[in-house]
Write a protein that binds this ligand. Structure first.
Ligand SMILES: C[S@@+](CC[C@H](N)C(=O)[O-])C[C@H]1O[C@@H](n2cnc3c(N)ncnc32)[C@H](O)[C@@H]1O
Length: 262
């Protein structure tokens, strides 16, 4: 049986499983030709990207904790109005470049529009117009991505994994639900408190058990009301409200403006 959740690499032997004319099958065939990607990463990236693009069009795509960076490539293929994508990882696998080359052979418009950046994600500057995506950033790394995106006011899409009650925040919800769900519920609530409109979805469990997708977009109406509240209450609460959410913290002066690298 062909399980989409398998960690086996997709190779030319699997070409027949992607025989159709759909974009998904065409990307699948390119990935098989590259011969470097675990099967589940293909299906995860595809399912995350198509849901992200149903809500969020355009913008520079920032794929954080990107691994092979397939998600960055697929986001551009699904919406060519994005100018570029950046795949950021502290340790980019050497095969990330090979995967991008094979995709760019099939879709020449991808060439020179996907930057592979080796860096810790906190060092990369984000902009409000960005779409930040991240598939399976382990444990508290997902929280750092949410904070980083919300600090910039960027749209954000995360598929969390490796939930760890010691380093993530289940709050007091552990008596009602398992810790992993509690951590994700708290993440959604924190985004809302930061002035975001939030969507909660899942990708098929047959691909991964870590299948909860959290999407958010700054709701300018809510955000304006909150800033107004914050201004009006500055005398009484020292303006701390802007930090209440724990997400929209002050910009820490990022050093890398990767838009110049693309
Ligand atoms: C489980 S992998 C997910 C990779 C890819 N997104 C995927 O879906 O297959 C987590 C990735 O996070 C990267 N990573 C860990 N800490 C990081 C950091 N501080 N900044 C950027 N990437 C980081 C690791 O190198 C690894 O590639």
């Amino acid at each position: 049986m062909f399980s989409p959740g398998s960690k086996s690499r997709l190779t030319e032997k699997d070409l027949g499983r992607f025989a159709g004319d759909t974009l998904r099958d065409r990307i699948g065939r390119a990935v098989c030709r590259a011969g470097v990607l675990p099967r589940k990463e293909f299906f995860e990236a595809w399912e995350v990207a198509r849901r992200a693009r149903r809500l969020f069009r355009g913008g520079r795509v920032m794929d954080l904790a990107a691994g092979h960076g397939l998600l960055a490539n697929v986001m551009l293929l699904l919406d060519d109005t994005s100018p570029c994508a950046v795949a950021v990882d502290t340790v980019l696998p050497p095969s990330a470049a090979r995967l991008h080359d094979v995709l760019a052979d099939a879709w020449p418009r991808l060439r020179d529009r996907v930057a592979l950046v080796s860096a810790p994600l906190d060092d990369v500057a984000l902009h409000e117009s960005d779409v930040v995506v991240s598939s399976h950033a382990c444990g508290a790394l997902t929280d750092r991505i949410l904070t980083h995106a919300a600090t910039a006011g960027a749209r954000v899409v995360v598929l969390p994994c490796c939930h760890d009650a010691a380093t993530c925040d289940p709050g007091a919800l552990g008596g009602w639900m398992d810790a992993a769900l509690a951590i994700d519920v708290r993440r959604a609530a924190r985004l809302e408190r930061a002035g975001y409109r939030v969507w909660t979805q899942t990708i098929p469990a047959a691909i991964t058990a870590k299948n909860r997708l959290l999407l958010g977009q700054l709701d300018h109406a809510v955000s304006r009301v909150r800033s107004q509240d914050s201004l009006e209450s500055q005398d009484t609460d020292s303006g701390l409200r802007s930090q209440d959410s724990g997400l929209r913290t002050q910009d820490s002066g990022k050093i890398t403006d990767v838009s110049r690298e693309t």
